[in-house]
Each structure stands twice: as structure tokens, then as C-alpha cells.
Design a protein around this ligand. Structure first.
Ligand SMILES: C[S@@+](CC[C@H](N)C(=O)[O-])C[C@H]1O[C@@H](n2cnc3c(N)ncnc32)[C@H](O)[C@@H]1O
Length: 305
């Protein structure tokens, strides 16, 4: 798919979410609490940042909750309906509409406020929920654009869906991780030439497939005629690989912070929903090594030297 076609499919996917995204994913009683906003608030307060750029800000879901004294907030997004909602919500907090604009993280120019082209580089830049929709070949481009948008000594925080969480979920994501990333089935079957061994390998893989719940998780569909989240490009990332990409993009002191922990594999959540939620929240610790497997999301944080 070409970049314009890909971006059009993503815009279409999010076009119906402008005025419901925050209610569904941040405010709803059933949504997981937005612990990631707390992580970013802590980073902003610890660093004393006075300007923040949110690349792919959606309906200002994070920006509206990062209403800190002396923090100038800016953001852009690919989807016009998200921009409309972000401007509306931030106007209630006296943020000028020009602080929110339309743009793509794949375009270096999008990282500058069109109304303030001479604005100095930002103290911090965040990017949440966007990387899943970026082709693998462009991950470093996005990280480089984020890095170039901040001043030396400033920091970037870029979120991704944790690919290694599939080692805990035992569902169709696990099968993909086993086959494509760990076993690398194509390479292995190329190396095995003996017909008896080839047949045994095929049987072994079929047996492994029995271990995974291939019907889970359910595929997320759109609300009306637009494609759903799982029907557009929505990748997961390996934290070890994304850290390497962040370093290659010029960031230093790179670390991974994990969030949205699961105390048990999600397929059994329905058996004990209250305890599942309570105990999962109690596990939230961005630096726990178990986050590599039990957290569904992570943030790569790094500084510009
Ligand atoms: C899952 S939402 C996250 C919104 C917000 N960052 C948050 O964390 O609540 C993903 C957002 O990324 C935007 N997006 C997707 N691809 C993008 C791109 N190439 N450039 C800028 N925004 C993009 C979508 O329009 C959507 O608003």
C-alpha cells in the first residue's frame, strides 16, 4: 500500500472516533485507567519542561489531562475529526486553536506549528498510539522527526504495543510470534531437507497450533462503514528492537517503561473481572522486568544529546 493510501485508511478508521475516543478509552468505567498519562505527567514535572508537542494527539486525550502550570501544549494529528475535537476541548483550557494542526508523523514539516514557524524546539515530545499505524521501514523516520523537534537535553517518549506480551496471551498473536519471530518457520523449513523430518516438522507445528486460542482476541470492527482498528495496519513492536531504533535515531539514555499490566492472560479475565482489574492495576510499575511479558504497552524514552 502506498503512503497516501495507508494514511487514508487510517484517517477513515479514526474518522468516527473524534468525539467518543476520550469517553471510551479514558473516562469509561470499563476502560483501563490512563496510567500512561501519569507516567508522562511525572516526566514533565521532573524535567520542568515548559513546552510539549504531542505527535498524533488524537482528541487531545493526553494533552487535556496534562494541564500543568507553565506548560505550553501543542499537538497535531492525521485525522481532521480528531483535530476538531482537540481544538474544542483545549479551547476550554485557553489553549489557542493554532496550537493544534493537521499533519503526519512521516512529514518532517508537521513537527513545527504552522502559525509559529520560529517557535524554539520543544522541551519534550510524545507520540502515543501512532507507531502501530506506521510501516516497519518508517519507525526510525518517526523517531528521528521526534528527536529533531526537541531541544538538546529535551526528551522524547514514544509508545508502542508490546509484541512480547504475546508470550503471555496464548492467542493468535502468540502463534504469530512463535512462528514468525522465534521459530522463523520459513527459514527452518528451508534448512530441513529430509522428507521424514519435513513431515515431522509440519506435524510439530500443527501440534503447537493446538496450544493457542486462535479465536482470541476478537477482531475489532468499525462503528459504521469505516475499517476497524484490526482491519488497518496496527503493528506491535519488540521493545528491544525499538530501543535500538531510538538509539539509531540519535537518542541517548534510552529506557523502556512498561504499562497496562495483566495479572493473568486476558482470556481468563471474565472469570474474575473485579480481581483481574484490581490486581493488574496493583502491578503497574514501569520498570518491572515482568512488563516485558505482562504489559501490553511500553514507552521508549530518550534524551536528545
Ligand atoms: C490510538 S489514537 C491515540 C490518540 C492519542 N495519542 C492518545 O494516546 O490518546 C491514534 C491517533 O494517531 C493518529 N495517527 C495515525 N497515524 C498518524 C500519522 N501518520 N501521523 C499523525 N497522526 C497519526 C490517528 O489519527 C489517531 O488520532
Amino acid at each position: 500500500m502506498t503512503q497516501p493510501d495507508l494514511e487514508q485508511s487510517i484517517r477513515h478508521c479514526y474518522s468516527t472516533w473524534g468525539d467518543r475516543y476520550y469517553a471510551d478509552y479514558y473516562e469509561s468505567d470499563t476502560a483501563y485507567p490512563p496510567v500512561h498519562t501519569d507516567i508522562i505527567r511525572d516526566l514533565l514535572q521532573q524535567s520542568g519542561a515548559s513546552s510539549l508537542l504531542d505527535a498524533g494527539c488524537g482528541p487531545a486525550s493526553m494533552l487535556r489531562d496534562l494541564n500543568l502550570p507553565n506548560l505550553q501544549r501543542f499537538g497535531f494529528d492525521l485525522t481532521p475529526e480528531m483535530i476538531t475535537e482537540a481544538r474544542r476541548v483545549l479551547a476550554l483550557q485557553q489553549v489557542p486553536p493554532s496550537h493544534i494542526w493537521e499533519g503526519s508523523v512521516l512529514d518532517a514539516h508537521a513537527f513545527r506549528c504552522p502559525d509559529q514557524p520560529d517557535h524554539p524546539p520543544f522541551d519534550a515530545a510524545i507520540c502515543f498510539g501512532v507507531l502501530p499505524h506506521i510501516p516497519a521501514s518508517e519507525d526510525r523516520t518517526v523517531l528521528s522527526h521526534l528527536t529533531n523537534a526537541i531541544r538538546p537535553g529535551g526528551w522524547v517518549a514514544c509508545e508502542a504495543r508490546n509484541q512480547l506480551f504475546a508470550l503471555f496471551t496464548l492467542n493468535r498473536y502468540s502463534r504469530d510470534l512463535f512462528r514468525q519471530e522465534l521459530i522463523q518457520v520459513d527459514k527452518l523449513s528451508d534448512r530441513i531437507q529430509d522428507p521424514t523430518e519435513k513431515a515431522a516438522l509440519s506435524q510439530a507445528l500443527d501440534e503447537l497450533d493446538q496450544r493457542f486460542r486462535m479465536d482470541l482476541p476478537p477482531v475489532r470492527k468499525g462503528y459504521t462503514d469505516e475499517p476497524g482498528y484490526d482491519e488497518v495496519l496496527s503493528r506491535t513492536h519488540n521493545p528491544f528492537e525499538l530501543v535500538a531504533e531510538a538509539r539509531a535515531a540519535g537518542l541517548v539514555d534510552v529506557q523502556t517503561l512498561f504499562y497496562h499490566y495483566h495479572c493473568l492472560p486476558p482470556m481468563v479475565e471474565g472469570l474474575l473481572p473485579n480481581a483481574f482489574r484490581r490486581e493488574s492495576i496493583s502491578l503497574e510499575n514501569p520498570r518491572d522486568w515482568r512488563g516485558h511479558f505482562m504489559a501490553s504497552a511500553f514507552i521508549v524514552v530518550g534524551k536528545r544529546p
